[in-house]
Design a protein around this ligand. Structure first.
Ligand code: NAD
Length: 409
């Protein structure tokens, strides 16, 4: 798969994936049709121009999006993605996933998502800051600490969040609670940056007990070595797992005897890619998905596990670090083969859970220590996993369908 093939599919699929998963759960629950239409339809969608003057003097107009999917349970919450495949359909699908994720882990937020169609790799820091500030201005009227709270997603980070907070605060006064995933010095929460990867490890630890997987002997392959993938690698290694393969947009590396995530990260920081890290052979992203391992963690983009590669996956468990990595066809094929899929709205819910902790700390102007953050995160995810597993057993459905049934309920 080339990068553009994978990304093209994700742009089309995340909306279809989220809706198809909702429909399966709604059908199983006998949900009233009218209610289903109402809660499936986004509350609000906006598309805005983001014009900026580039370093070479050209004026370029980027397009930004914000979709608020459902706000019945609290302020809308969801990340901001900078990527060439960002469009209304993709953002809407990702916003819907946030609605179901926040409901599943029972935190008082609704679902939202946003993004700017751009390729940050080709942008200077100044251009990135201008895009962020102009996008924040464009969505100023619809965001706010009690209305809609952005966070980092693909290609955005604590720096981008601090620009957003600063831009919003210029008009509304000091407002740290308008975004989460901020630097600690500006009101960020300890443990937020690593929370999604840590959450993946917490959920897998629970599932491993139920499905008879000994983590001390387990092998893991991870697609995507950004925020989610690199932290997942660190925490899974701490659980005793052997990380046998990892990849990023430029390719993958493997070592059946195990990679050292810290060493790979140090290499990636210098080289800009995991490819070429010491003590590893180079593999492609397709080879990574089919790599001989017990647990496969897709932690990059959506729509990467498809009808055409699901049959080659050797892992017994798929832990969805990314949003919507598995298409409905592939999901059904994996189910028939007995592969356990731990769905995105459960596996990667650690990030939004600690975002919720960050928001409450900002509102109360009080900071928690990291042990407290980790203990509360563990409590939330363990309870959510247990509820999903018990319902899946009781109803004879997949973990994904059980997770949606709880969220929709
Ligand atoms: P990131 O930008 O930090 O990292 C993305 C990684 O994916 C990078 O290593 C990149 O090189 C790699 N990648 C991009 N295209 C690829 C391709 N075609 N093949 C293989 N690798 C590719 O982003 P992130 O924050 O780690 O997010 C990753 C996924 O996790 C996304 O689906 C995101 O929506 C989801 N997610 C993130 C968070 C969070 O807290 N950051 C929370 C929940 C879910």
């Amino acid at each position: 798969m080339t990068t553009s093939e994978g990304q093209q599919e994700s742009a089309v699929r995340s909306y279809q994936i989220a809706n198809s998963q909702f429909d399966v759960a709604a059908g199983r629950m006998g949900l009233d049709r009218d209610l289903g239409v109402l809660i499936k339809t986004p509350n609000f969608e906006m598309k805005a121009e983001v014009p900026i003057r580039m370093d070479d003097g050209r004026l370029v107009v980027f397009i930004g999006y914000r979709v608020q999917h459902n706000g019945a349970r609290g302020p809308h919450k969801g990340g901001v993605r900078y990527h060439p495949d960002v469009d209304m359909e993709e953002v809407t699908g990702l916003a819907a996933l946030m609605t179901w994720k926040t409901a599943l882990v029972n935190i008082p937020f609704g679902g939202a998502k946003g993004g700017v169609n751009c390729d940050p790799k080709g942008l200077s820091a100044r251009e990135l800051e201008l895009i962020t500030r102009r996008f924040t201005l464009a969505i100023d009227a619809v965001i706010g600490p009690y209305h809609d709270i952005p966070a980092p997603d693909v290609n955005t980070n604590a720096q981008v969040m601090s620009w957003m907070m600063d831009e919003y605060s210029r008009r509304h006064g000091y407002s740290p609670a308008v975004v989460t995933g901020k630097p600690i010095s500006l009101g960020g929460s300890l443990g937020r940056e690593a929370a999604t990867g840590r959450g993946c490890a917490i959920v897998l630890r629970e599932a491993a007990r139920d499905y008879g997987l000994d983590l001390k002997k387990a092998t893991v392959a991870i697609q995507g070595f950004g925020n989610v993938g690199s932290h997942a690698a660190r925490f899974l290694r701490a659980e005793g797992c052997r990380i046998v393969a990892v990849s990023d947009a430029q390719g993958g590396i493997a070592n059946p005897d195990g990679l050292d995530p810290e060493q790979v990260l140090a290499h990636a920081r210098n080289a800009g890619t995991v490819v070429g890290a010491p003590h590893a052979e180079t593999i492609s992203n397709q080879e990574l998905l089919a790599f001989d391992c017990d647990v496969l963690v897709p932690a990059a983009l959506g729509g990467v596990i498809t009808r055409s590669n699901a049959g080659q996956i050797k892992a017994k468990i798929i832990l969805e670090g990314a949003n919507a990595p598995t298409t409905p066809d592939a999901d059904a094929m994996l189910g028939r083969r007995g592969v356990i899929v731990i769905p995105d709205i459960l596996a990667n819910a650690g990030g939004v859970t600690v975002s919720y902790f960050e928001w409450t700390q900002n509102i109360q102007q009080f900071s928690w220590d990291e042990d407290h953050v980790v203990a509360e995160l563990t409590k939330v995810l363990t309870r959510a996993y247990r509820e999903v597993y018990v319902l899946a057993q009781k109803e004879g459905v997949s973990l994904r369908t059980a997770a949606y049934m709880i969220a929709v309920q």
